[in-house]
Write a protein that binds this ligand. Sequence first.
Ligand SMILES: Cc1cc2nc3c(=O)[nH]c(=O)nc-3n(C[C@H](O)[C@H](O)[C@H](O)COP(=O)(O)OP(=O)(O)OC[C@H]3O[C@@H](n4cnc5c(N)ncnc54)[C@H](O)[C@@H]3O)c2cc1C
Length: 432
Amino acid sequence: MENSVWQDDVLVIGGGTAGFGAAVAAGRLGLDVCLIEATGKVGGVMAFCPGMPWGAAFPDDRIIGGILEELAGRLFAMVPPAAEKRPCALENFGPEILYDHDLATLVMFEMLEEAGVRVHLHTMALAPHMEGRRVAAVDLCDRHGVRRIAARMVIDCSGDGDIAARAGVPYTLGDEAGRLMGVTLSFHMLGADWARVFAGGDPYFTRHAARGIAQGRLHPDLAQLYLMKGFHRDTVFCNSVVIRDVDGTDAAAVAAATQEGRRRCRQLAGFLRSDVPGFEAARMAFLGPSVGVRETRKLEGMYRVTGADLAAATKFEDGIVCCDNPIDDVMRGAAMTHAAMVGQGEYYTIPFRSLVPRGIGNLMFAGRLICADPVAFASVRGMPQCMAMGQAVGTAAALALRRGVAVQDVDRGVLVAALQEQGVRGLGGVPL
Ligand SMILES: Cc1cc2nc3c(=O)[nH]c(=O)nc-3n(C[C@H](O)[C@H](O)[C@H](O)COP(=O)(O)OP(=O)(O)OC[C@H]3O[C@@H](n4cnc5c(N)ncnc54)[C@H](O)[C@@H]3O)c2cc1C
């Protein structure tokens, strides 16, 4: 077993949308950044569910800005365009961005390269080494064995927060009853006739779903078949096969849910071909390599965002990104809900303090492990917001290291001003 030591300014754990945002932001500010990702690709849920739209990018129909805007802009500008803004077919959701998955992944890797980020794929963070109130180093594992990385700042964007939890950050799992949102295996249908598939106008295809369930041909949890136009013409993206009660921190449970998901996706694809007009000649493709996990740990931060905060359209003084997503609570209970979080034309911001632990001076977190109550979490978790949370903590890392202060003592006014300079919109009392 090799046990070499690397040194970096910033270690970002997890290459999902949050980790991508954190690494690019910190690298652009001149820091030596190492991003480690357990799988072979950046994207996180975006990679597990290829083609998943970037939702909530346009609160009140205006883009949130920052790294998300830049990434989307590069894709919009390609010939032919590799992304498109489209209205969402579901109630209370604003417009979203559909994109070519492979080109989006390519551009994300390019942005990491340009920012000088050292990307280590197939590398898993295992355990922190603490020195008082600091994470002094983190042990990682890749095919060469276990190595140690000593970073001045650690940013946990792993979705599940293994390292932050092991460093002693308290956390909760799921809602008050410990129920977690369902996990989903997604796929596409290629060669579907859009005009006929979407002629009915019901995004959930409930009539067909009810028939399939009554005849025992579809799983009872498929009462709402959410089918949407994929980015490429005559492709249909299916984000419907939800498996309940899966602990996303348990690798064996995730593997079992993925295999069960494959069976249900195959069954659904067959049903669409035989029963839903427009799918007769279509075939299943781009089945996710693993279920996408919506919810595991929520870490305890300096501030816990609540549903009441967000419903009041609160614009926090240390708000780092705008959002107006509804409460998208996928099967913690009986069914999905999409109740509006804020009124028409309103939005809230997510505070920086919900990404900062109380007790550790050189650790932050971003993305779906944000400190939020179950209602707030069901709204804040969109990929654009996760990317912006990452951008905020990556920027805060530079501020903390430059001034030699703990993350709790970062000047939040200076942080907000820095994010505004980076093009993040709707912060610091300035309307979106
Ligand atoms: C099925 C599903 C549908 C969704 N639909 C939408 C939608 O339509 N629009 C939208 O905007 N959002 C949607 N979301 C929400 C959104 O995708 C997630 O909230 C967001 O992607 C979370 O990003 P993240 O970077 O925080 O975490 P993740 O995307 O989970 O990324 C975490 C990364 O960390 C890596 N990792 C974990 N542990 C370690 C470790 N110890 N060491 C190294 N790497 C590690 C993982 O491999 C992963 O790549 C959906 C989520 C799911 C699951």
